[in-house]
Design a protein around this ligand. Structure first.
Ligand SMILES: Cc1ncc(C[n+]2csc(CCOP(=O)(O)OP(=O)(O)O)c2C)c(N)n1
Ligand SMILES: [Mg+2]
Length: 1008
């Protein structure tokens, strides 16, 4: 393994000589320092070496130093002596809780070296410090030399004789010291009830705990409590003892996991299934995590995982009916709408009794695309939402498990972004258990070419998550690690990682030939017995089971598979609905699928919301608000009194009225609380008291739904994925994600392409997520200008050549049939309505909304309350009221969308062409309002029709609207383009050029 290479080279590097172990152990730099020295010496690559003195990983060590120095200043290194003399160190009272088995050093009789009760001599102290350093070395570095690789191809080959004896010979200790009794420090639990142990026993126990089949990486954690918690779970004698019943359960589960893959291999030998062979233990591992978590109170587990072992997980962890899985191999037609997905991407949702804990449990595996790790934030968002709606504030009832491949875990940046959400107040899921199915290969690439870090799991260190590496061929070690992981999560509600180090018995998929690229590895694999056989042999040898029992368990499972296989053969269709991961029970039932609830509300409601939104907190006298914000509130109040709304007020009206109706509103994204453009100000900050805030939208009505608004981390990929996952959970919530500027959303492209645009078609799953994308060519340069609306439109699934049948339900039916809605509103009222329509619809569709920047403060971009009150509704097209009164005078109709409308009207006014040029706003671009465009064109029978846009010709809406215009006009009239020429970049960086281009397009558009 790559880790070994690093450990080894650092042990030999000159840097290694400088570390604490060399002087403390009085060792020379002999090559034969072997295991323990290697464990100590690799300190230099650990971040601990660079950490400040008293952080978690070094704190207890410092304290031990300090205690030694107190007893005898010469017993420590001169640098420590200087440090302690400078009074820089204050011994923290609670740093190292004293263990029950701790005795003062003076209580020991060390073979005559010290007399009981008398001060110990310096050799005794030195030797004790050396022992403590050894213990510490094992705790920090033991994982580097643990036997984690079942194939043993990458185990470090340390020079010389690495037998235990020769290791100790190189310390100040010799053979003669092995029986000497040493007091155990408070930072180890290897003694159990013993306060001291012979050196030999100390070394044996440490070797077993830290260098056997489990490698625990945890000493970087900045909490002594957490470090001690972990030490206790691994060091306490007997923790790895399993009862015969437990062993039989592991065997039975391993049999099913192995039998499932074997059955598929037998029946569908030429089908890709991304089998788990070489890491089958993952199935019993997941079951153990779920069992222990259920026992500890969890009722719902949401899982995300890639291709490898997915079918096995559905079958043997979720217990999805086997016949449904087998049906996926039969190549049948689908019984329901949609385009479906390949079998190893599908999701599932199951409620069942956990037979081990006798508790009901809900298990969901979230459907995911090929894009590795993209599902991670989606799972987190869904988990967070489920916790929120259950009132599970600490994550005691709902948890997530993320399963990763080794190459993807370290290679994909979204893993890091997702990890960084793990402790944020509005994004935490209170601890995720990450399981890495580490088969030591990614497709055809070896780890040494796919990562620069020693382990594939190092990304988890940034959030202080403990990492439990374990040899996947040791089922009992794996189960222990899983148990500890589940308990860790239940105790600390923080992430942790299980690194299951196995191998991949076949090629990347079952059709691939692995010998092309990994010949030596696969020669080993061919000779290697599978985990089930190894474990069965062990249990038979120790007398826990008989050979007959092993065979009968396997035969029983094969029968179950055969029966399901026969049943699957009787199926004539696959049903996508069987694979839904987030059912919305009760949402669709009894609803007219084409009836939209009204979006206008009573004027008094608008006034009430407006007044609250423009008022300081009720305790205003004590709550010091920034003067600038007092002016903002006063301006809002003046608007409410005049019954008009600007953009921020229109948005607040939408949110407030939905909250009143019991709809939870969640707005998330970078700096959304204030708003990138300082227009929103949903969270007022007390100018004198830290963390004292007021959010008026949370105080609109006593019985309102909750309002969540949260500044996110500076991520688009993970945060958009998270909000998408959030929106999947509850249809009765408005979930919005806002990009800082629209173009930054492209760093989340795979969430947009793989989930938002296509999720319903692939996985019959709906989402009403709103993406707010600030957009507009305002001279800000190539970035900060375009949200690349053309990309969203290109993915819209309405047919450019098809004019749907006209009826009263035309608009709703279009919404029903399309994959998402793309709009660019020009008025606060229309923004308000389109947000409310998201909830008024009897189904859910994602909404991609280009949102304004300068319009936020534009004096004309305001709406009277009458356009938001009862009877008003969203306008897909806003006709030209003035020109429309005398349409026969109109020579030219300019269709446009978004903020350019205001520039066009100003130019028209300047040219006094209000009667001759009509300007029609297309507010909902997709699905295209064929009916209303036709109506407008018919109104101006003899006029020239143009589409004007400020984006370059190959960008913006033109390529989407052009063919649809022709369809709407039945190809009887033409529509021509006015705007910028094609461009590679979205906008010029030169202000002067920007103005020149804008004026040209405005003059072109407004001319007759
Ligand atoms: C984002 C992304 N890039 C590339 C691929 C193509 N691909 C599929 S599996 C795979 C190897 C994955 O290796 P690992 O994460 O170790 O999982 P394993 O297949 O070994 O279980 C690659 C590169 C992909 N699916 N997603
Ligand atoms: Mg792999």
């Amino acid at each position: 393994m790559h880790r070994a290479h690093t450990a080894f080279s650092l042990a030999l590097s000159p840097m290694a000589h400088k570390n604490f172990a060399t002087w403390l152990l009085k060792s020379n730099t002999s090559k034969q320092m072997a295991k323990v020295t290697a464990a100590a010496a690799v300190r230099t690559y650990n971040s601990a070496a660079a950490e400040p003195f008293a952080n978690g990983s070094t704190a207890s060590y410092v304290e031990e130093m300090y205690n030694a120095w107190l007893r005898d200043p010469t017993s420590v290194h001169t640098s420590w002596d200087a440090y302690f003399r400078s009074n820089s160190y204050v011994s923290p009272p609670n740093l190292a809780p004293v263990q029950a088995n701790t005795l003062p050093l003076t209580a020991f009789n060390f073979g005559g070296a010290a007399v009981s009760g008398a001060a110990p001599d310096s050799k005794t102290i030195d030797d004790h410090l050396a022992v403590q350093a050894i213990i510490r070395s094992y705790q920090i570095r033991g994982h580097n030399i643990a036997h984690l690789d079942p194939l043993e191809i990458n185990t470090p080959e340390l020079p010389g004789n690495s037998s235990t004896k020769s290791i100790y010979a190189n310390f100040s200790f010799g053979e003669q010291d092995m029986e000497r009794q040493f007091k155990l420090p408070s930072t180890t639990f290897i003694g159990g009830d013993e306060a001291s142990l012979p050196l030999k026993e100390i070394l044996n126990r440490l070797e077993n705990v830290y260098c056997n089949k489990i490698g625990v990486e945890f000493m970087f954690i900045n909490s002594l409590e957490q470090c001690n918690w972990i030490r206790k779970r691994f060091e306490t004698p007997g923790v790895l003892n399993f009862s015969p019943e437990e062993k039989r359960l592991i065997l039975a589960r391993l049999t099913r996991a192995t039998g499932f893959e074997a059955f598929l291999a037998k029946k569908y030998s030429s089908e890709k299934r991304f089998g788990l062979e070489g890491c089958e233990i993952m199935i019993p591992a997941l079951k153990e995590i779920i069992d222990v978590s259920t026992e500890l109170g969890v009722e719902s587990v949401i899982m995300g995982m890639p291709h490898r072992g997915r079918l096995n997980t559905l079958a043997n962890v979720c217990r999805k009916p086997l016949n449904q899985i087998f049906t996926q191999f039969a190549g049948l037609e689908a019984a329901d709408d949609g385009s479906g997905d390949v079998k190893y991407h599908l999701g599932t949702y199951i409620e069942r009794l956990n037979r081990v804990t006798n508790k009901n449990i809900r298990l969901a595996v979230v459907a995911n695309p090929s894009h590795l790790e993209a599902v991670d934030p989606v799972v987190q968002g869904k988990t967070r939402a489920e916790q929120f709606y259950r009132g599970d504030q600490e994550g005691k009832k709902v948890m997530s498990i993320l399963i990763h491949g080794d190459a993807a875990f370290c290679g994909q940046g979204v893993v890091y972004e997702t990890m960084h959400l793990s402790d944020l107040p509005d994004y935490t899921t209170h601890g995720t258990i990450h399981v890495v199915a580490n088969n030591q290969i990614g497709f055809t690439t070896d780890p040494r070419f796919s990562r620069s870090s020693p382990y594939c799991t190092d990304v988890a260190r940034v959030v202080n998550a403990p990492i439990f590496h374990v040899n996947a061929d040791d089922p009992e070690a794996v189960m222990h690690v899983c148990k500890v992981a589940a308990e860790w999560r239940a105790t600390f509600h923080k992430d942790c990682v299980i690194d299951l180090v196995g191998y991949r018995r076949n090629g990347h998929n079952e059709i691939d030939e692995p010998m092309f690229t990994q010949p030596l590895m696969y020669q080993k694999i061919r000779k290697h017995k599978n985990c089930l056989d190894l474990y069965a042999d062990k249990l038979i040898a120790e007398g826990t089971v008989t050979g007959e029992e092993v065979k009968s368990v396997a035969a029983k499972y094969e029968n179950i598979c055969e029966e399901a296989f026969a049943l699957a053969k009787t199926e004539t269709h696959v049903k996508y609905k069987d694979w839904l991961d987030s059912p919305w029970s009760g949402f669709f039932e009894g609803k007219d699928p084409l009836k939209v609830a009204p979006t206008g509300v009573k004027e008094e409601t608008l006034i009430h919301i407006g007044n609250r939104f423009s008022s300081p907190p009720p305790n205003a006298a004590e709550f010091v608000i920034h003067k600038g914000l007092l002016r903002v509130l006063a301006a809002r109040k003046a608007m409410v009194d005049e019954k008009i709304a600007d953009w921020a007020l229109g948005e607040a009206m939408a949110f407030g009225s939905l909250l009143k109706e019991g709809i939870h509103v969640r707005l998330s994204g970078q700096d959304v609380e204030r708003g990138t453009f300082s227009h929103r100000h949903h969270v007022l900050h007390h100018q004198l008291v830290d963390k004292a805030t007021y959010n008026s939208l949370q105080h609109m009505y006593p019985d309102q739904a909750p309002y969540s608004v949260s500044n996110s981390s500076l991520s688009e990929y993970a945060v958009l994925g998270f909000e998408h996952g959030y929106s999947m959970t509850n249809p009765n919530a408005l979930v919005l994600w806002e990009a800082q500027f629209g173009d930054f959303s492209n760093t989340a492209q795979s969430i947009i392409d793989q989930f938002i645009s296509s999720g319903q078609s692939k996985w019959v799953r709906q989402s009403g997520l709103v993406m707010l994308l600030p957009h507009g060519m305002e001279g800000m340069g190539p970035e900060h200008s375009s949200c690349r609306v053309e990309r969203f439109l290109q993915m819209s699934s309405d047919d450019p050549d098809y004019f749907p049948p006209e009826s009263d339900e035309f608009g709703t039916r279009q919404l029903h049939d399309i994959n998402w809605i793309v709009a660019n509103c020009t008025t606060p009222a229309n923004y308000y309505h389109i947000l409310r329509r998201q909830i008024a619809l009897p189904f859910r569709k994602p909404l991609i909304l280009c949102t304004p920047k300068s319009l936020l403060r534009h004096p004309e971009a305001k709406s009277p309350f009458s356009e938001m009150s009862e009877g008003s509704e969203f306008q897909r097209i806003i006709p030209d009221r003035v020109a429309g009164e005398n349409p026969s005078n109109v020579k030219k109709v300019v269709f446009c969308t978004g903020r350019v409308y205001y520039d066009l009207t100003k130019t028209r006014a300047d040219k006094k062409l209000e009667n001759e040029v009509a300007i029609v706003r297309v507010e909902q671009i997709s699905p295209f309002p064929f009916d209303l465009v036709k109506e407008q064109a018919n109104l101006y029978k003899n006029a020239e029709l143009v589409w004007a846009q400020e984006e370059h010709k190959n960008q913006g809406c033109w390529t989407y609207v052009q063919p649809r215009f022709l369809t709407a006009l039945n190809h009887s009239r033409d529509v021509s383009y006015v705007g910028r020429a094609c461009g590679a970049s979205t906008a010029t960086g030169s202000k002067a050029q920007h103005i020149r281009e804008l004026n040209a397009l405005l003059n072109d558009a407004i001319s007759t």
